[in-house]
Design a protein around this ligand. Structure first.
Ligand SMILES: CC(C)(COP(=O)(O)OP(=O)(O)OC[C@H]1O[C@@H](n2cnc3c(N)ncnc32)[C@H](O)[C@@H]1OP(=O)(O)O)[C@@H](O)C(=O)NCCC(=O)NCCS
Length: 163
C-alpha cells in the first residue's frame, strides 16, 4: 500500500472510493466541488501495488480560521476496510499538514476511531460546530500553540452546506 498526494489521474478512483464507502454520491460530489473551488488543502490516496485506489482522505479550509483544517471525508473501499488503511491515511496526512503550517484539525466522526490519533472533544477546548454534534466533534492540535486564540463556532468550507 502506498500513500500519495492526488493527481488528476486519481480523480475517478477517488470518486469511486467515496461513492462505495458512503453508499451514495454526496461525499464524492463534495470532493469534486472542493477541488474545483481550490478548497482542498490536502488530498491523499491509498494505492495498492497494482495501482488501484482503495482509500482517500481530504482536508479543506475552515471559514474564518486560516490555521485550521477540516478532515472530511475519509473513506476506504468496503472490501479493504478494517485493515489499517484509514489509519495509514490519517497518520500520513498529519506531518504534511504541519508542513503546510496548519495548527489544528477538526473532524466530525466516531470518537473511538479518532482518539487513537490524539483527537479530543472539541467542546472541551471551547469549540462548537454547525451540526449540533457533541462528542463526535473532535479537534487535534498539531503544534503546542495550535489552538491559541481559536474559540467559538468552527465552520467548514461552504461546499459542506450543499452536502
Ligand atoms: C471509517 C473508515 C474510513 C475507517 O477506515 P479503515 O481502513 O476501515 O479503518 P482502520 O482499519 O484504520 O481501522 C482501525 C480500527 O478502527 C476500527 N474502526 C473502523 N471503522 C470504525 C468506526 N466507524 N467506528 C469505530 N471504530 C472503527 C476498526 O475496528 C479497527 O479497530 P482495531 O484497530 O481496534 O482493530 C472506513 O471504515 C470507511 O470508509 N467507512 C465508511 C465511510 C465513513 O464512515 N467514513 C468516516 C467519515 S468520518
Amino acid at each position: 500500500m502506498t500513500i500519495l498526494e492526488e493527481t488528476e489521474a486519481d480523480f475517478d478512483g477517488i470518486d469511486r472510493v467515496n461513492r462505495e464507502a458512503f453508499g451514495g454520491d454526496g461525499e464524492a460530489s463534495l470532493v469534486r466541488k472542493l477541488r474545483e473551488n481550490d478548497h482542498l488543502i490536502l488530498s491523499l490516496v491509498a494505492k495498492t501495488d497494482s495501482g488501484e485506489i482503495v482509500g482517500h482522505i481530504a482536508y479543506s479550509p475552515l471559514s474564518g480560521h486560516d490555521s485550521g483544517a477540516g478532515l472530511a471525508p475519509l473513506s476506504v473501499l468496503p472490501g479493504f476496510q478494517k485493515s489499517g488503511i484509514g489509519t495509514q491515511l490519517v497518520r500520513a496526512s498529519l506531518p504534511i499538514l504541519r508542513e503546510h503550517g496548519i495548527g489544528f484539525v477538526v473532524v466530525l466522526g466516531e470518537p473511538e476511531y479518532y482518539s487513537r490519533f490524539g483527537f479530543e472533544r472539541a467542546d472541551e477546548r471551547g469549540l462548537q460546530n454547525e451540526y449540533g454534534a457533541g462528542p463526535a466533534f473532535r479537534v487535534l492540535e498539531l503544534r503546542p500553540d495550535g489552538l491559541e486564540g481559536v474559540a467559538g463556532l468552527i465552520r467548514y468550507a461552504p461546499e459542506f452546506g450543499e452536502l
